[in-house]
Design a protein around this ligand. Structure first.
Ligand SMILES: N[C@@H](CCC(=O)N[C@@H](CS)C(=O)NCC(=O)O)C(=O)O
Length: 227
């Protein structure tokens, strides 16, 4: 079985899938394409987006990161040395946590995409590079980090505290691929006007990320955004 995960050379929506493959100790090729390669590949993908995953050499491309994640979590958990990312008795807790993280990402998305895709918001192409566009991006991102982020971190802190403080849905083993990737989005320093120290006032969250990143399967993977 040769699994290949194809995505851009960024974390993005593929990162939870990469984390799930690592935590389940599933061998895979982490195929990261360069942006200029994308226009030729796009029409060959099922829905015109990445990531795609093939489960065997020359097998069909499967798509949708959350589908891939849930497939990995339920299928590649048999080895005694792998974590069970999707235990049946935690299913509701896991899906609830994923839902909260997705709501957080949705809430942040206007502030994110006004810079990346301004035409979606009625602005001209290249708006983000203008002085006015930069000021708008700055205002939206800084306002979201100050006013909105604490609310979402509070929800995650409540889960962590309720479940023993280690991982979001409790226990000694992680099920946290979506949450960790989402939180790292704010600390990696790759987003203009998002202070990579924005989680520093939330020690429970910082400890949680540290605990996850210290797992043997993850240790050394990240050199940025690790508090
Ligand atoms: N719901 C999809 C979203 C995939 C998606 O939007 N991928 C973006 C990158 S994050 C993409 O391929 N963009 C290139 C394009 O649309 O041409 C998933 O989670 O897999």
């Amino acid at each position: 079985m040769t699994i290949t995960l194809t995505y851009f050379d960024i974390e993005g929506v593929a990162e939870p899938v990469r984390l799930a493959l690592l935590l389940t100790k599933t061998p895979f090729e982490d195929h990261r394409i360069k942006f200029p390669e994308w226009s030729a590949l796009k029409p060959t993908t099922p829905f015109g987006v990445l990531p795609v995953m093939t489960l065997e050499e020359n097998g069909p491309m499967r798509s949708q990161s959350k589908a891939l994640l849930r497939y990995i979590g339920t299928t590649y958990n048999a080895s005694p040395s792998s974590y069970n990312l999707y235990p049946a008795d935690k299913l509701l807790d896991i899906e609830e946590a994923i839902g909260v993280v997705e709501d957080m990402n949705t809430s942040f998305s206007p502030a994110l995409y006004i810079g990346m895709n301004p035409t979606r918001f009625g602005h001209p192409e290249g708006y983000g590079k203008t002085e006015e566009g930069q000021a708008k991006i700055r205002t939206m991102r800084e306002a979201w980090i100050t006013s909105e982020l604490p609310k979402w971190l509070g929800f995650l802190e409540t889960m962590l505290t309720k479940n023993g403080g280690t991982f979001l849905v409790g226990g000694d083993t992680p099920t946290d691929c979506v949450a960790i990737a989402a939180l790292r989005n704010f600390t990696r320093g790759h987003l203009d006007y998002v202070n990579p120290e924005c989680l520093a006032g939330h020690p429970t969250i910082v400890q949680y990320i540290q605990t996850f990143c210290a797992l043997p399967e993850i240790q050394g993977k990240y050199t940025d955004g690790v508090h």
